[in-house]
Unconditional design. Sequence first.
Length: 94
Amino acid sequence: MRSVRQAILDAQVLVEGHFVLASGKHTLLKLEMDNLWQHPEELMLVLDRLAGLAISFATDLILGAPTGGQRLAEELVRSGRFNLPLARLERVPN
């Protein structure tokens, strides 16, 4: 069975380059979560692992951070892996 790490690499979610974050900081790596939806097998592996990890905790709701995290959270609930409320974290402008 493939690891989640390998699935993320195979789906090209981890992208190398030079990126300026919203905070103004610079980074050489970023997660491009949208790429995961182009690779259904890898997406299912990541969702299964996330669901397995969350079961270890007393989970009251599924929270997704913008933007890739929101899509993952929505898919965890939509797919029936969780029957919990869904919340979306939104950025508030300064």
